[in-house]
Design a protein around this ligand. Structure first.
Ligand SMILES: C[S@@+](CC[C@H](N)C(=O)[O-])C[C@H]1O[C@@H](n2cnc3c(N)ncnc32)[C@H](O)[C@@H]1O
Length: 278
């Protein structure tokens, strides 16, 4: 199916109505997702499926849901968050002592419904509370899926979503309302969610970050997109900043010379002060 005329028609249709460029994703990934939707919609060929998409906005929404896998959880990969809590965040706070900028900036790129972003905010707020340090904190979450952003902004989660969060953190950072848990307003003040397509954004007068997490997002992207994204992350990290990617992912391309792996199993990289190659 992929890269023929019908694929191109599909690409243009999705770009036009959803602003989502499927050519930036791996062929195999798009093919699997589209095939699943075609089967569920009882369409045997791509041409008739495209016809359905043209006449049925609901199917277009379902296809978009299938293309943006939103699976996430609070403190997903607990060992990664343990490494952040015990090693990386203390180092970030330490570095702040010689940094003239008073606000710690953190970015969850591909934040889905917000669990990763709030987990980061909670760990930083804990570290600031325990150390007595008075730095400002902003944790940004961005995603291409607008429904996820709305969910993330609400900060409301069903009780089964928070069942694995430590009791002390749950009590301090969430309010219980019946079967729901709500992120407390003082945490939300440090968190901001917005729409961003990682495949097409440009680094301009950019904000820089102490820590960027981009986990379980780039696996779907083509190699070219991954390579250019890693260089953008490098540019957007502050001196001694850290990048964390998914457990099954690896930095590739030119960025390999600019980002030093400091924790192999948790896929944590540090911005190199002086790249080996320029
Ligand atoms: C599997 S979730 C990962 C969520 C979180 N980072 C985690 O590891 O738990 C992948 C997220 O990436 C988002 N995504 C996919 N393509 C994207 C793009 N081009 N730009 C920004 N976000 C994207 C999806 O909408 C989805 O919310």
């Amino acid at each position: 199916m992929i890269k023929n005329n019908s694929f191109n028609t599909l690409r243009i249709l999705i770009q036009k109505y959803k602003g989502f460029d499927i050519s930036q994703y791996k062929d195999s990934y798009i093919e699997r997702r589209v095939n699943t939707r075609m089967n569920l919609a009882h369409k045997n060929d791509l041409i008739s499926y495209i016809e359905l998409l043209r006449n049925n906005p609901e199917e277009l929404n379902k296809l978009m849901d299938a293309l943006t896998v939103n699976v996430t959880e609070f403190f997903r990969n607990t060992e990664t968050f343990a490494a952040l809590e015990t090693d990386i965040i203390p180092r970030i706070l330490q570095n702040k002592e010689t940094d003239s900028r008073n606000v710690i900036k953190v970015w969850s790129a591909g934040s889905s419904s917000g669990e990763e972003t709030y987990s980061l905010a909670i760990l930083f707020l804990e570290a600031l509370r325990k150390s007595g340090k008075k730095y400002g904190l902003m944790v940004y979450g961005t995603d291409i899926d607008r429904k996820s952003i709305i969910q993330a902004k609400s900060g409301i989660y069903e009780s089964n979503k928070v069942s694995r969060i430590r009791k002390d953190l749950l009590d301090r950072y969430f309010e219980e309302h019946g079967n729901e848990y709500r992120i407390k307003p003082f945490v939300k003040e440090h968190v901001k969610f917005s729409y961003l397509d990682l495949t097409s954004y440009f680094v301009q007068n950019f904000t820089t970050y102490e820590l960027i997490l981009c986990r379980n997002v780039i696996i779907y992207f083509t190699l070219d997109v991954k390579r250019s994204l890693f260089m953008k992350f490098y540019q957007m990290l502050r001196k001694d900043g850290y990048l964390v990617i998914g457990k099954n992912e690896a930095v590739t391309g030119k960025a390999v010379d600019y980002l030093e792996n400091v924790n192999l199993s948790e896929r944590i990289y540090k911005k190199k002060y002086k790249p080996a190659v320029d």
